[in-house]
Each structure stands twice: as C-alpha cells, then as structure tokens.
Design a protein around this ligand. Structure first.
Ligand SMILES: [Zn+2]
Length: 425
C-alpha cells in the first residue's frame, strides 16, 4: 500500500519540484537583474568648502569603454585621476562648456578628484551655474562628471557638508544620472527648512541664513499654502520633488530655476511667480503667461498677508515705472497685443511685465464687479488646468465669469494706452 501511495505521489512531486525550481530561478534571476541594474556605475562625494569658494568632488567610476566628460562651464580648477593609489595621466579637450577626457583605461575602476571654482559675486549676464557664498553654494547639472550614453544608469550621491549646513535642493542616494541633471543643487546654512508631503510628492522650502525682512515662519506657511492651493486649483504635476531655496538679497543677483526647483533672493513676488510657472500653460500667449501671471502672484501674496496693501500699491507703481522705461528702451509705445507678440517672437515686448500686470488688475476688478462670485484667479486656474491645450482666453473669461472682456481689451489691449490712469480707477 505504502509503495502504491508513493508511486501515486511521484508525478505530483516531480511537478512541484519543477514549478518551485522555475519560480526560484525566475525570482532569483529577476531580482539579480534588478539589483544589477540599480548597482551604481559612479559614486560621487561632493564637498563644498565652508567659505563657498570652491567645491571638491570625489568620483568613483566604473569605466565601460565610454568617454567621461564634465560640463564645468569653464569653472574646473584641477582634476586628478587614479587607478588604485597610482595617479594616471589623462588627456582632456574642451569644447565650449564641456571638457571630455581620453586615454583612460577602457574598463575597470577609476577614482577622480576634481575641484570647481565657484563664482562668488553676481554679475550681469552670468547664468548662475556655479556660485558660492559664505553660507551656501548653488550648482546646476555640471557638478557631476558624466559618461556619454549612460545617462539612464544609476549613480550614488552623497554630500560631505561643513558643520551646520544641509542639502536644501537635490537629493542624496541612488538615482539615475539623468535625474541629477534636472534639479538645482543647493546646500547651505539654513535658518528654516521644511518639507511637506502632498500625496506622494515632496515640497521642500529652505531659507538660507541672512534672509531677514519678514517673519520666516510666516513666509514658509504662505509658500506652502500657495503650493497646496495651486496643486488643488491648477492641477497635479508629474514630478516627485519640488523645492525652493530662498537666499539673502544681493547674493546671486535675482533667481533661477531648473525643472521643479527654484532659488531666489528674498523677493516674494518673484518666488511665487517662479513657483506658479510649474503650472503654466505654455500654449498661452505672453500677456497671460507672464503678465497676468505676475499680477496673480502679487495678488495671492497680498491676500495671504506676505505683501501689505502698501507693498501691493508699490508693486503696481513699479510696473508703471517699468512701462515708462520700456517705452524709452524700445523706442515706441506698443499696444499690449503687439508687446505680447513681440515677446513671443523674442523681439522686446517688455511691457508684458510693465503695463500688462496693471491691465490685469483692471480686468480682475471689472470681472469681479460684473460678477461678485468670480475673479481673474478662476480664469488663471482654468488656463493652468488645461495647460496642454491652446485656448481662446477671452472666450474662456466669458464662459467662466459671464463677463465679456471684449470692450475692455479693445480699449486697453488692442489700442495704445496714452493715459494709464484709467487702469487704476
Ligand atoms: Zn515668468
């Protein structure tokens, strides 16, 4: 009997063993493959000096027959290559912003130590690629030595920071090389640093020491609530990490952004303006994309109390001053319609930041007095929501608010505005 039972089980036993074996191989080889894919091809340790004069990077590379390059924007001070403890000589050739290296071993592990000199003073026209100050550094994509054709491979990043510093923008650990190129990297001494989770996304704000003009806690609360409100009103975004670094005035010379990261001096209108660009409808014309956009940024800040009514009034005054300067600079008074086209065709159009926000202010009040339940904010949110579409914005205003903006546009947008006082009434 026993024998019969065993022989009955035998075919099942066989298939059980076979199935387990197949499963085991699938699981083992699969995870092996995933592990191999996530095995970083480079490791970088980034070491800023505490005066922000230079940044040293230690990179461990696994060469695979390809050519390393460094987009240093002309800031590389020195570079040394090692195989084991032995320094090797490597040829370098600069083409514009990029240095490429040759005469390296085709395969194997190489250690590289390079030092980048920071730009320590803002100067007109400098595009804020690699800057350093006594309490922070700012770098773009050129920090990391790359290897052609391997952008999708994983790299491992760590920062060794002076005491009291933190990494404000950019993240440590394993990531694809291509991701390192899509964010600003900012490290420094922060007066305030917070990170908020919105769904599965992270929104980080770091305020570097030396920003004193407002209550920093209030500023952070305001920025967070603008982010959350835009997230709800203007639509969700694809990225995972969002970040803003605020630095003292007269340090970097304004602001800059890359992907979903922003660094700016403490001009709150600029910061909010840049942040709201995350939701911009790129198909909308300049008068809306930049002009209405600028007005809405100032309006939100005033509503939330980070700008006082007086500051809002001076904002309008500054726009009018800019308008006068634009007319002088461009040698003629254009209609806002012409300015918008000129801006989009990269031929001036400075009034998009001059008269246009003041016209937006008028438009907002006209909408609101026609329909107290509506305002320009609703239109702004709707245009952002439909940001992948080209829209007829005037028709949209009518549709959303009931107000027909045609006559107002005829008077102040399609005609030359000789007397700006009508816009402020
Ligand atoms: Zn803008």
């Amino acid at each position: 009997m026993r024998k019969a039972k065993a022989s009955l089980l035998r075919p099942f036993l066989k298939s059980i063993i076979l199935t387990s074996l197949v499963w085991f191989m699938l699981c083992f080889c699969g995870s092996e493959r995933i592990l191999a894919e996530r095995e970083p091809i480079y490791r970088y340790t980034v070491i800023p000096d505490e005066k922000g004069q230079f940044i040293t990077v230690h990179a461990d590379l696994k060469l695979q027959g390809s050519v390393p390059y460094l987009k240093d924007f002309g800031q590389m001070e020195s570079i040394h290559w090692f195989v084991g403890d032995r320094e090797i000589s490597v040829k370098s050739r600069r083409i514009g912003d990029i240095i490429s290296f040759s005469d390296l071993p085709a395969r194997g592990e190489v250690k590289v130590i390079y030092r980048l000199k920071c730009v320590t003073e803002s100067r007109p026209g400098y595009r804020k690629r690699l800057m350093g100050f006594s309490n922070f550094v700012l770098v773009r994509e050129g920090l990391f030595l790359g290897i052609e054709g391997l952008a999708s491979k994983f790299v491992d990043i760590s920062w060794r920071l002076p005491s009291g510093w933190t990494l404000v923008l950019g993240g440590e650990g394993l990531q694809r090389f291509v991701e390192t190129q899509k964010t600003l990297w900012v490290a420094g001494k922060t007066a305030q640093l917070t990170e908020e989770k919105v769904g599965d996304k992270f929104f980080r704000i770091g305020i570097i020491e030396g920003v004193y003009d407002v209550d920093l806690t209030d500023a952070i609360t305001t920025l967070k609530s603008i982010f959350n409100k835009a997230w709800n009103d203007c639509g969700q975004l694809d990225a995972k990490n969002f970040g803003i670094a605020v630095v003292p005035s007269k340090s970097i010379g304004g602001g800059t952004s890359l992907g979903f990261t922003i660094i700016s001096e403490n001009n709150w209108i600029t910061i909010v303006h840049e942040m709201l660009h995350w939701w911009t409808n790129r198909h909308s014309p300049a008068w809306f994309r930049e002009g209405v956009h600028t007005y809405i940024s100032a309006k939100i800040l005033t509503r939330l109390g980070l700008l006082s009514q007086d500051q809002f009034d001076s904002f309008l005054q500054e726009c009018l001053n800019e308008h006068n300067e634009v007319v002088e600079r461009e040698g003629e008074l254009n209609t806002l319609a012409e300015s918008s086209d000129n801006y989009d065709n990269r031929k001036g159009g400075g009034d998009i930041y001059g008269l246009m926000p003041v016209f937006a202010y008028k438009l907002d009040r006209e909408i609101h007095s026609y329909n107290p339940g509506a305002n320009l904010d609703l239109v702004f949110a709707a245009v952002c929501q439909k940001r992948h579409q080209k829209l007829d914005i005037l028709a949209l205003i009518k549709e959303i608010t009931g107000y027909d903006p045609g006559p107002l546009f005829e008077k102040y947008f399609y005609s030359r505005v000789q007397d700006v006082s009508g816009l402020l009434k």
